[in-house]
Every structure is written in C-alpha cells, then in structure tokens.
Design a protein around this ligand. Structure first.
Ligand code: UGA
Length: 436
C-alpha cells in the first residue's frame, strides 16, 4: 500500500522504516529538514537497535523515501500521524499543537477513500474532534486511531511483530478502516496477533491505561522498597516471590531509581489532567502518588550517596554510570539517571558521567557535567560510584578491577543490578535501593 508517515521522531521514523520493511511504499514526512536529510541518508537521528539496518535496506529497495513537504503525502492511501504530544509548559496536560498542525496541514492533500491513522498518544476525546475536522473538510477521508505500544530499545521488533493491534474506528467491525488496517498489518494479522476493534475513546484510553498500569507497577515495587528500607527486608527477593504468582508476574517489578523517558511520566500526568477536565479526577488521583513515589526514588539515591560520603558530596568525585532513561537507548528525556547526575553536581560534586549512547544528548542539555566515554576514566579516583542506568556493560563490571581504580570503594546500585555479595567481597560498601 502507499503510505505516508507524518512525524519522524522515535515513533514515526521506526514506523516508516518498519512499514517499508514489511512491503509498503512509504514516504516519511517531517518539518525538520535536517532530520529528513539524515534519515534519507540511512542515518537515524537517534540510537535504536536495528533501525539503521532497516533504514538502509528499505531505502535501497526504493520503497522508503523521506520529505519535508507535506504535499508529498498526496497519493498515499493511508496517512499515519506520529508526531509528539509532550507535556505542556507550566501544566500537566498533553500539548496537542503538533497533532492538530499535522492533521490541518495534511487535510488539503487528502482524497476520497484515504485513511488518516492516529498513532500519537492523545487525551481521550481527541480522535472524535479530529474526525469531525476531517469530515468537515469534505475530502471523503476517514480517521482511525491505532495506538502504538513500542518500547524504545525494542522498537523495530515491537513494530514489525506487535503483541496486539488496536483499531479505534467510527463504525465498529464493519468500518472500512478495519480492512485497510488489516492489509497494512497483514503479516502480523496472519501471525494471529490479537486485533481489538473498538471505538475512538476506547482505543485512546487503551494506550494511556497501559502506560498508567506499567507506571503503577513500577511505583508499587518502589513503594515496597521504601518499606523494605525501614524494616531491613530485601525488595528484590520480595519481587521474585510475588512475581511467581502468575496473576502478578515478575516483569516491571524492578525496584530502583524509577521510570523516566518520553512516555510514562508525561502520559500519567496528561491522564490525570484529562480526567480532571472530565470531572473524574478522583478516579486516577492515585497516579499522582505513583508519580511522587517515582520522583522520591531519585532523592533516595542522592541521600544514600551523600550519607556514604559522610554527609556532603562537595568537592568529591562521583562516577555516574548511565545517563539514558533506560539501556539500549540514547534518550535522556525525563531521565532519572541524568536528573541524579545534575542534582549531585548541584550539591557540589565533581560528576563524571558515562553512558554507551546518551552522552551527546546529555551534554547538549547539561554542559556543566563532566563526561567520558571511558568507564575506567569515570571510575579513576572516584569517591563514590552511582549506577543509574542498567546497561549490561555496567552490570558486568568486575568489582575487583573497579576497586583498583577508585579512591573510595562506595557503590550506590540505583538499579539493583549488581551482585551485592561479589562487590562486598571485593571490599566495596554496597548500597542498593530497598535492600539491606
Ligand atoms: C513505554 C511502554 O513500556 C511502551 O509499551 C509504550 O509504547 C511506550 O512507553 C510509549 O508510550 O511510547 P518506554 O518509554 O520505551 O516504553 O520504556 P519502558 O520500557 O516502559 O521503561 C520506562 C521506564 O521504567 C524506564 O526508565 C525504566 O528504567 C523504568 N523501569 C522499567 C523500572 O524502573 N522498573 C521496571 O521494572 C521496568
């Protein structure tokens, strides 16, 4: 099928490349000409495993092109809206400026039978309003809402082989959009991927409910970590034990410095803002607790570091291992790791941070921090080591080797990924989160 993808950020660039990879004829469109030039040359503007490979292979087939002109969407039958919906400045709601601008600029180029497919995460009620706008344009185009569940770091795999497909449509199973979307996702549908056909509101809510649930699960275990800290219990064992109950499950029960990124934090805030607008603020008021538990974990990491250094980090070298909000990503949006590094620096520490992918993005936002791409340079002479992003290469550090580099063998394991016994045996003072 001929497909356009409007917005080529983390979501859109992966979606465009993946749609071409599965056989569609795709044009990716973004207002940022620099980003478009990089994508067209096969260079992703961000780090995502596997993306460079499919960009190159799909571009070589001629099925994937990029443009900064919205008029180039003309002639495509399906138009994905994949622009960002960040948190508004000075508030909690989602900023719909880019979604509205994308739809308004696309509308003059639509034809009878075209399908506009929203993938951006939006407050419930947005799709119905956009459908009215598209209908009022008199083009004969339709709208569907098809939320995206990809995880950064696994985005290519999640797009090509999703665990479920959700189609929000105006007229139920018989809506013409259902057949078009089934053709778009023919490979996944043939592989028996569950397809949920729903109305617009349900499809919009599925997305925010999923992220709210995941955020709640993480904050639940982090709340248990807070209790473990005053009782001497071990939250990692607790998570293992409750995780064996298949109704609970072990995934997303890793206690640590908490969640960040471009999705979970802003999505739970936008959800509370929207629920309040709808007069149902109390229904999701618990998400404010989820948010606060999450943010408290960052303070706990700072507190442990300060305490371990005798009450002050002023003038002390702190090696910060990790800057990205999670491993296999260069994304530092609302990153707990970067936040901890910045706060330690604000307390007077000489912070030297390292990360396999995220240094450039972190430096652009916080040039005042020290950076090195060499782990041993970060550790050299450090008075404390803080592990804040669980890259496998950090978890694999040999504690005996690391002990020969640092000035003071103190490690704060803010992701609970290190072998506490091995680090202690190598002479380290080991401090985890929610662990004795
Ligand atoms: C999240 C969702 O998992 C995706 O399903 C969704 O499509 C995406 O948001 C989105 O809305 O676009 P992502 O932001 O890539 O994906 O990251 P996650 O893997 O969910 O991790 C979020 C944060 O939670 C990270 O900072 C991670 O370190 C933290 N986390 C995760 C924990 O602290 N503990 C855990 O047990 C799991």
């Amino acid at each position: 099928m001929k497909v356009s993808v409007i917005g080529c950020g983390y979501l859109g660039a992966v979606h465009a490349a993946a749609m071409a990879e599965v056989g569609h004829d795709v044009i990716g469109i973004d207002v940022d000409a620099d980003k478009i030039a990089r994508l067209a040359a096969g260079h992703p503007p961000f780090y995502e495993p596997g993306l460079a490979e499919i960009l190159t292979s799909a571009t070589a087939t001629g099925r994937l092109r990029f443009s900064s002109e919205i008029a180039d969407a003309r002639g495509s039958q399906v138009h994905f809206i994949a622009v960002g919906t960040p948190q508004v400045q000075g508030g909690y709601a989602a900023d719909l400026t880019y979604v509205n601008a994308a739809v308004d600029s696309l509308t003059p180029h639509l034809s009878e039978g075209d399908l506009v497919v929203g993938k951006s995460t939006v407050p419930v009620g947005t799709a119905a309003k956009l459908a009215e706008r598209i209908q009022a344009s008199g083009t004969g185009a339709r709208l569907a809402w098809n939320p995206e569940f990809l995880r950064e770091g696994f985005a290519v795999q999640d797009t090509v082989a999703p665990d479920r497909l959700v189609y929000g449509v105006a007229n139920g199973e018989g809506d013409p959009a259902v057949a078009i979307l089934n053709e778009i996702y023919a490979g996944a549908v043939a592989a028996n991927t569950p397809v949920v056909v729903a109305d617009y509101a349900t499809a919009e809510l599925v997305k925010v409910a999923a992220n709210a649930f995941l955020a709640t699960k993480i904050s639940f275990i982090n709340a248990m970590a807070e209790i473990a800290e005053v009782t001497g219990a071990d939250v990692t064992k607790l998570a293992d034990a409750i995780g064996y109950d298949t109704r609970i499950g072990r995934r997303f029960l890793n206690a640590g410095v908490g969640f960040g990124g471009g999705c979970l934090p802003k999505d739970i805030r936008a959800f509370t803002a929207r629920a309040e607008e709808l007069g149902r603020g109390e229904s999701v008021a618990f998400l404010k607790e989820v948010d606060q538990i999450n943010l408290r974990r960052r303070q706990r990491v700072i507190y442990l570091t300060v305490q371990a250094l005798g009450g002050s980090v002023y003038g002390k070298k702190v090696a910060v291992l990790g800057l990205a909000f999670k491993p296999h990503s260069d994304d530092v949006r609302d990153s707990p790791a970067l936040d901890v590094a910045v706060q330690l620096r604000g307390l007077g520490a000489e912070v030297v941070a390292t990360d396999p992918q995220a240094i450039a993005n972190a430096r652009a936002r916080h040039p005042q921090l020290g950076y090195t791409d060499d782990v041993s340079a970060a550790l050299q002479g450090a008075h404390a080591v803080v592990l804040v992003t669980e890259w496998p290469e950090f978890s694999a550090i040999d504690p005996e080797w690391a002990a020969t580099l640092v000035s003071v063998p103190v490690v704060v394991d803010a992701r609970n990924r290190l072998d506490a016994d091995a680090w202690r045996a190598a002479g380290w003072q080991y401090l985890g989160l929610g662990r004795p």
